[in-house]
Write a protein that binds this ligand. Structure first.
Ligand SMILES: [Ca+2]
Ligand SMILES: [Ca+2]
Ligand SMILES: [Ca+2]
Length: 492
């Protein structure tokens, strides 16, 4: 019986994950090893009675008083339940800005023009479909809209930010307005990895993606370019995450692993343009954004080519001269009011309640979640502090299943690209609320930062680094306990 994924298999996982046609795998040249035969199944241990965790007060109301009761495809499109009529009109204004398609300038729609010249999508909703998670590649070599590629070269600027690739900038835009070449396309190919054995004679074969940037419109990329593919994240409960006090995150952090449980966790520290200082990072797959206004302004610029009061310079690089010369839709293209409504909207999207939290099989899975150490990173519950301007979100007991901290999840998941203080192997623990509604809202069950996992079980099996012990615990669970764990996760 083996207790871990063999080292040479991890090595090939790691190379596959990093492999690009632009830059070869950065590891010292690995000896060519014949892939091992699929692992033999692990024998089923004797049945032991499983622990059933008690239901905690408020556990099913994941967003506290903001929680909505929806289980349909529009479950992620609702305003927080405790919103006032007056505030709801702000939510609706923001929703309109989130959903509207922008057009290129000049246009008769003066308040909707300025798209591009280089862009990725024409609306926020195009990527954040149903406010849920982006769909992965299906039956096409080219990446779908919700997958974006961050670019940089090694090093950090004066504010600790990644250094943009000199020609293509910090993001790869696959579309452009008429008359201008796009930056190129993203080709994704998947390779099936040798099966991983689980207790009970079953096994799972993960699919490992490789990314190539092709049809380049502006010449070659820098030879030392780093790329980070990222899929659009769900939009629910973000204001509640914004309302968790910094002090809570700092109390959860354990960068030196002083308590010796193998879990480190540290906050990212990023530059706030608005405040002109370094603050804790919270949003994005690497906690690379300080707050929701920054995230919205960053998306307007990087994803749609729209300037705003926060980012007033176009996203064209110095060498993209036609891009720089193109017409703009105003200075800035999105005014302070519209940016504010987008930020308010992003704060006020509700989290749906859990389904079946009280059921015995779900509570058996809850105990398994705790036993496997998942809760050390996916922290079940906390209380929000005061978030100025958002009385709805302040002082709520919430159940987000995240610590918002960065963790090393191992080489197989690494993008090899630093993002402020996050290293190439670190990712922010994603919240798990709403997980069980992914299929209903988005029609797929793909997970992780680039959507590579096809199911929750695959997502767990990709965990490495600090989460290796958790992954191994799940591999070795009895089929009954593992099924209960998955049932619990589906109830979130
Ligand atoms: Ca523009
Ligand atoms: Ca670019
Ligand atoms: Ca620790």
């Amino acid at each position: 019986m083996r207790s871990t994924i063999p080292a040479h298999l991890m090595k090939s996982l790691q190379c596959l994950a990093l492999m690009l046609t632009l830059a070869s795998c950065g590891e010292p040249s690995a000896p060519i090893v014949k892939p091992p035969p699929d692992e033999p199944p692990i024998e089923t241990p004797e049945e032991v009675p499983l622990e059933v965790a008690p239901l905690e007060p408020g556990e099913a109301l994941m967003g506290g008083a903001t929680t909505v009761f929806r289980t349909d495809p529009e479950a992620f499109l609702q305003p927080v339940a405790n919103i006032t009529v007056e505030r709801k009109s702000r939510f609706l204004l923001g929703e309109a800005n989130f959903e509207v398609d922008w057009v290129s300038a000049p246009s008769s729609q003066r308040d909707r023009d300025g798209l591009g010249p280089l862009f990725h999508a024409t609306s926020c909703l195009a990527c954040h479909v149903g406010n849920g998670r982006g769909a992965p590649v299906v039956g096409s070599a080219y990446a779908p809209t919700p997958l974006l590629i961050r670019l940089s070269i090694p090093g950090r600027d004066a504010h600790g930010a990644p250094i943009p690739e000199p020609t293509y900038g910090d993001q790869f835009q696959p579309r452009a307005i008429t008359g201008l070449p796009a930056e190129g396309q993203v080709e994704v190919t998947y390779e099936s990895l040798p099966a991983i054995a689980l207790t009970g004679a079953s096994s799972v074969s993960l699919q490992s993606p490789s990314y190539a940037l092709v049809d380049l419109g502006y010449g070659p990329l820098a030879p030392d370019v780093r790329i980070s593919p990222r899929i659009a994240q769900p939009m629910i409960g973000l204001g509640l995450l914004a309302a968790i006090p910094d002090a809570t995150l700092l109390a959860w952090a354990d960068p030196e692993d002083r308590d010796g449980d193998g879990i480190r966790g540290r906050p990212n520290r990023v530059w706030s343009v608005k405040q002109g200082r370094e603050v804790l990072g919270r949003f994005g797959w690497k906690a690379n954004q300080p707050d929701l206004e920054h995230q919205a302004a960053g998306a307007l610029l990087g994803d749609m080519g729209l300037t705003s009061p926060l980012f007033s310079q176009s996203a064209c690089t110095a060498t993209q001269t036609h891009c720089l010369a193109a017409a703009t839709g105003g200075e800035p293209e999105v005014d302070a009011t519209n940016l504010a409504t987008l930020s308010d909207y992003s704060h006020l999207i509700a989290v749906p309640a859990r389904r079946g939290a009280e059921r015995e099989d779900v509570r058996t899975g809850k105990a398994a979640f705790q036993r496997a150490g998942c809760a050390s990173c996916h922290r079940p519950t906390t209380v929000t502090g005061e978030l100025p301007g958002f009385p709805e979100l302040s002082y709520q007991r919430i159940w987000p299943y995240t610590d918002l901290l960065l963790h090393d999840l191992g080489e197989a998941l690494a993008d090899g690209r630093d993002d402020f203080q996050a290293t190439g192997t670190e990712w922010r623990t994603p919240p798990l609320w709403g997980l069980g509604l992914t299929a209903t809202v988005n029609g797929h069950t793909h997970l992780l930062h680039d959507g590579r996992a096809r199911s929750v079980l695959e997502a767990i099996l990709w965990h490495g680094g600090e989460a290796t012990a958790s992954r191994e615990a799940v591999r070795r669970m009895s089929p009954k306990e593992r099924a209960a764990l998955l049932t619990f996760l589906d109830s979130l």
